[in-house]
Design a protein around this ligand. Structure first.
Ligand SMILES: [Zn+2]
Length: 256
């Protein structure tokens, strides 16, 4: 490792620690059964038409974190959703979440700009789907700097990040842990072990990814891989729900 790689690594660790320990909104998890959620960042069309169809076939629903500023564009995660896709997503019972309007970097963006982008996403969505509600959020690109974590926490029931692990015992609603599937897309065993561990510890495992495609971008997965994860999750004793609904059940005093 050269000196600049060392600096990048140390700074990355500093960012993660700071994001973890500041502006926490910790609640106790009351669930007596494990939970799994499937989430997609950016809402590429393939996440709905391929990933969503796989979930739907298993009787499951996911959470799609959308930046309305990316609508109708082609991005690093593939073709992004068009307005009609929002209608289809909601009609199928999936959850629409917020990812800021402009897909703002969660560390480098000025807090005021970040906050405006959250509000703009809500506003533009309300012009497309008047009764839509965005109660779940995921941080774009990076772990949040503390001031951004504080702002996001004001507007949403939950804010999801990464961390490649599951939530257990207590959860920071401003910093839900998630596991990005594409980082282990050649290693299904790691994922199966994580599902087993989540079930053993009555945790909440939130999977995240972007596109689901036969030619996935570096940020996505193959359909057969994704389906294997869905099938293994379905065969576990976990309850599988979109983030908003899972959170409601996890926080209930008496859940099954
Ligand atoms: Zn994103």
């Amino acid at each position: 490792m050269n000196i600049s790689q060392f600096h990048v690594r140390v700074f990355g660790r500093y960012q993660r620690v700071l994001a973890d320990i500041t502006y926490r909104r910790v609640v106790k998890m009351n669930n007596r059964i494990p939970f799994i959620s499937f989430t997609f960042d950016d809402f590429p069309r393939s996440a709905l038409y391929t990933g969503g169809d796989i979930l739907f076939r298993y009787g499951l629903r996911g959470t799609y974190y959308a930046s309305l500023g990316l609508m109708n564009t082609d991005g690093p995660t593939g073709n992004i959703f068009v307005p009609d896709d929002i209608e289809k997503l909601l009609a199928q019972g999936h959850e629409l979440g917020c990812h800021t309007f402009a897909h703002c970097h969660s560390w480098d963006t000025k807090p005021k700009t970040f906050e405006s982008s959250i509000l703009k996403n809500k506003l533009i969505l309300s012009t497309l789907v008047p009764d839509a509600d965005l109660s779940s959020f995921s941080y774009p690109i990076s772990v949040p700097r503390p001031s951004i974590k504080r702002i996001a926490g004001k507007y949403f029931n939950s804010c999801r990040c990464g961390g490649q692990t599951y939530n257990a015992k207590a959860v920071d609603l401003n910093y839900l842990k998630a596991f990005f599937l594409e980082k282990s897309r050649d290693d299904i065993q790691t994922i199966k072990k994580l599902i087993d561990e989540t079930c053993l510890n009555n945790g909440w495992l939130i999977f995240a990814t972007h596109d689901i495609s036969k030619k996935p971008t570096p940020y996505g997965c193959l359909p057969q891989f994704f389906e294997e994860v869905v099938r293994y999750s379905q065969d576990s004793n976990a309850r599988i729900l979109p983030v908003g609904k899972a959170l409601e059940e996890i926080l209930l005093k008496t859940n099954t």
